[in-house]
Design a protein around this ligand. Structure first.
Ligand SMILES: [Zn+2]
Length: 389
C-alpha cells in the first residue's frame, strides 16, 4: 500500500465514532473525496453515497437499461460505543451503550469521549449494568479523568465515546491494533476503491460503482435499512449487486493474516449463490491461495439487510481479532478474557480486500451466467458415464 493511502487508513482508524455519531468519519471521507474530485452526497438518512453527486444522478445511474450490474459497495462508519445521558456530578456522566461490547473486567476500564468538535477527554467506567441478555453493556457511569474544556462542560448528550487503549491505532509487525477496525477498514476500502476508480473511469457514462457508507449499523443496520427503504434501488432497470465490506470475527477457516474472506453468508442468511460464484472466481484468479472462503456467522452484516429488501448480496470480510473490543483473542492492552481489548486486523488481509474490490469492478465478468463452465463440465461428465447408467 502506498504511504499516502496507509496514512489515510490510520487517520480513519483514529476518528472517534459510535452509532449515530459518525460525523468525524464522514467529514474526513468528504475532505479526501473533495480533494480528489470524487462525487458524493448524503441521502436523507445521513448515509454517504460515493460516486454520485446527487439523488438525481443516483437514479439516472440505476435506471440505465444495461446488462452490466451496478456494484454497490457497503461499509458502515460507526462502531459500538456510548452516548452521554446526563451529568450525575461535575465529573460523572451517566451513559447508554449502543451495540456489542465486552462483558467482563469493565469497571475501571478506560474510555475516550468526544463531542462534535472531536476528542474531548477520557474517563473510566463505573457502575456498569449489562443488558438483560448479558450480551453487552446497557448503561454505566463514566468518571471523567481528563478533559479539554473543564470550564464549559458540554451537554451530556453532546458527548459520545468508546474504549480507549494505548493509542487509537498502532502497528506490531503486519498487525494493526486499533480502538475500532470494524468497520473503518471497510470504509477505507470503499474510499480507496473510489479514488482508484475515479482515475480509470473518469468521464464514463455508466460507471459500475457506487459506495454506500452507512450509519448506525451496530444497532441493527439502521442506516442501510433507511437507505433501502427510500426505494431508490428498487427502481433500478439494471442488475444490482450489493457487496458488504466488513471486518468480521475471526473463526476457524477465516484466520487473521491468511487473506480476505469470500463471505458466503452471515449469522442470519447465506448470500446470493450466482454472484458468489462470480466473486469466488474473481478471488481464485486475483488472489490464488491468498484468500479464504466461508460463512462468517460470528455476526450479521448489511448484506442481510440488502437480502431482506430483495437485492442480491455478497460479502468480503477482513478477519478481525477481539471483535467489538471483546478480549476473545487477547494480546496487548487486553484486560482479560471477554474484557475490553483493542481490535486487530492484518495488513495483508486489507490489501487483499482492496484487490478483490478492484477485480470485482472489471468489465464483462460472468454476472449473467456464472455457472456456464460448470454446466459444460457436468454435461461432459454425464456423457462419459452414460454408458454405465
Ligand atoms: Zn461491522
Amino acid at each position: 500500500m502506498n504511504p499516502r493511502r496507509y496514512s489515510l487508513l490510520t487517520e480513519l482508524l483514529t476518528q472517534p465514532t459510535a452509532p449515530f455519531r459518525e460525523q468525524a468519519v464522514m467529514t474526513l471521507v468528504a475532505s479526501v473525496l473533495k480533494q480528489n474530485g470524487v462525487a458524493f452526497f448524503h441521502d436523507p438518512i445521513g448515509n454517504m453515497i460515493v460516486g454520485c453527486a446527487s439523488a438525481a444522478e443516483y437514479l439516472y445511474l440505476v435506471r440505465q437499461k444495461i446488462a452490466e450490474p451496478l456494484r454497490v459497495f457497503i461499509a458502515h462508519t460507526d462502531h459500538p460505543g456510548f452516548h452521554g445521558l446526563r451529568w450525575l456530578s461535575d465529573s460523572r456522566l451517566k451513559i447508554k451503550w449502543h451495540g456489542g461490547s465486552p462483558t467482563k473486567h469493565l469497571t475501571g476500564s478506560s474510555v475516550w469521549l468526544a463531542g462534535s468538535a472531536g476528542l474531548w477527554g477520557q474517563g473510566q467506567l463505573r457502575q456498569v449494568r449489562l443488558l438483560k441478555s448479558k450480551h453487552a453493556i446497557d448503561t454505566a457511569e463514566v468518571q471523567i479523568i481528563k478533559s479539554a474544556t473543564r470550564a464549559s462542560r458540554p451537554k451530556a448528550n453532546a458527548l459520545f465515546g468508546g474504549f480507549k487503549f494505548r493509542a487509537p491505532v498502532w502497528r506490531s509487525g503486519k498487525k494493526i491494533y486499533t480502538k475500532a477496525a470494524d468497520d473503518l477498514v471497510g470504509v477505507f476500502a470503499i474510499v480507496h476503491t473510489a479514488l482508484d476508480f475515479q482515475k480509470k473511469y473518469r468521464g464514463k457514462r455508466s460507471p459500475p460503482f457506487l459506495g454506500l457508507l452507512t450509519r448506525a449499523e451496530e444497532v441493527g443496520f439502521v442506516g442501510a435499512i433507511g437507505h433501502f427503504d427510500l426505494g431508490w434501488l428498487t427502481s433500478a432497470l439494471r442488475p444490482i449487486v450489493c457487496v458488504s465490506l466488513e471486518t468480521s470475527r475471526t473463526l476457524p477457516g477465516a484466520l487473521i493474516g491468511h487473506g480476505p474472506v469470500v463471505r458466503l453468508g452471515d449469522r442470519r442468511t447465506v448470500f446470493d449463490p450466482d454472484y458468489l460464484k462470480v466473486l469466488t472466481d474473481v478471488a481464485a484468479h486475483s488472489l490464488p491461495k491468498k484468500h479464504q472462503r466461508r460463512v462468517m456467522d460470528g455476526g450479521a452484516c448489511e448484506a442481510t439487510a440488502a437480502t431482506v429488501y430483495g437485492f442480491p448480496a455478497i460479502g468480503i470480510s477482513v478477519p478481525l481479532g477481539n471483535y467489538h473490543n471483546q478480549g476473545l483473542e487477547g494480546g496487548p492492552d487486553c484486560r482479560g478474557a471477554d474484557g475490553p481489548a483493542p481490535e486487530f486486523v492484518h495488513l495483508d488481509d486489507i490489501e487483499g480486500m482492496l484487490r478483490l474490490c478492484q477485480a470485482l469492478l472489471q468489465p464483462k465478468l460472468s454476472w449473467s451466467d456464472p455457472w456456464k463452465p460448470q454446466q459444460h463440465l457436468m454435461q461432459k461428465r454425464l456423457r462419459s458415464y452414460r454408458r454405465l447408467l
